[in-house]
Design a protein around this ligand. Structure first.
Ligand code: GDP
Ligand code: CA
Length: 313
């Protein structure tokens, strides 16, 4: 079976660990969000691609869910000693090697999909990891500041301000001119099932679907599309997805997130929806399943992956 997953960072990666364990002999392609990408200290950082790569490759800091295990921060401390801003984004020493290589290869002219494949050779993630696009796309947030409304990079809002500045809207800068990276549309068209893991629907899955051509392919592909709610009991399991949903006028509950993606036949993309038992049932999605969606460990993630794919195949 060919399984294609549209993934953000931590929630996507944890689901993928389960999926790979539940379907060890199947072909898994991951289309990763790159709208969280940011240039820092002259380096191209791709937080969601790296979270997926490190998690599946066994290099992740499992407590935090992002960054390298056994990390040190000598370079960041030295940048701080120079007062060389920005210092709010954690760049660990081990992690920096990834960004140095990525930036060098990009500067040499290689596209991001090839660079990602090259980095994945070390980590052997057991999936094909594709960036959604090779083009520069960045999520920016329009927020209220003391000086009035202002736009800032999503990472600055999320990491430095902990999403505490009221957000009015998100824009995916560069998205209109972006094209899907090579292999992305083929993966969608040739897939037997498309999975939306419990990644952030607004700033992780949202930009992937907004790359011109991707939503259309997901709508038109013969493969069924199944999603998992990352909102459990009216709250994100981790992070601040509720704040992102509020900014686009979507209530933070599982049924509203399903309605945001929309049901196939109603102009939306979902054939199936998996959500936490006790949470509100989605309306109009053809197949839905209430179950336990908390991925405490690999076994729980594998069981969630099994019932999710099984719901529509
Ligand atoms: P990010 O890019 O690192 O923010 O990660 P994602 O966008 O891939 O995933 C973030 C979402 O995953 C959050 O909204 C969480 O609620 C959700 N999430 C994380 N762990 C779990 C879990 O164990 N179960 C469920 N259902 N959702 C989870
Ligand atoms: Ca992310």
């Amino acid at each position: 079976m060919r399984i294609t997953v549209l993934a953000g960072g931590v929630g996507g990666a944890r689901f993928l660990v389960g999926l790979r364990s539940a379907y060890p002999n199947d072909e898994i392609t991951v289309i990763g969000n790159t709208a969280d990408d940011i240039w820092l200290q002259g380096l191209k950082v791709c937080p969601d691609l790296d979270t997926v790569m490190y998690t599946l490759g066994g290099g992740i800091d499992t407590d935090r869910g992002w960054g390298r295990r056994d990390e040190t921060y000598t370079v960041l401390d030295e940048l701080g000693a120079y007062g060389f801003e920005p210092l709010w984004f954690t760049l660990g020493d081990r992690d920096l090697a990834t960004h140095l290589i990525r930036t060098q290869l990009l500067s040499a002219g290689y596209p991001l999909d090839e660079v990602t494949a090259a980095l994945c050779k070390r980590w052997d993630p057991g999936v094909t990891l594709l960036p959604m696009t090779n083009d520069r796309v960045e999520t920016h947030v329009v927020v209220d500041t003391d000086a009035g409304p202002a736009a800032m990079h999503f990472q600055q809002w999320w990491v430095q301000h902990r999403a505490a500045l009221p957000a009015h809207r998100f824009t995916f800068v560069g998205i209109d001119a972006a094209t899907p990276a090579s292999g992305v549309l083929d993966a969608i068209w040739q897939s037997d099932v498309i999975v939306l893991p419990p990644s952030n629907p607004v700033v992780s899955i949202g930009p992937i679907l907004a790359v011109p051509g991707i939503r259309e392919a997901v709508l038109d592909t013969p493969a069924p599309v199944v999603g998992v709610s990352g909102i459990v009991g009216g709250r994100p399991v981790k992070g601040m997805a509720d704040v992102c949903l509020a900014a686009i006028g979507v209530a933070a509950d599982a049924a509203s997130v399903a309605a945001h993606y929309g049901a196939r036949g109603d102009g939306g993309i979902l054939d199936g929806w998996v959500y936490e038992s006790g949470d509100p049932e989605p309306t109009s999605v053809r197949a839905s399943l209430a179950t336990t969606t908390l991925m405490h460990d690999e076994a729980a993630a594998a069981e969630l992956a099994r019932v999710t794919v099984g719901l529509v195949t």
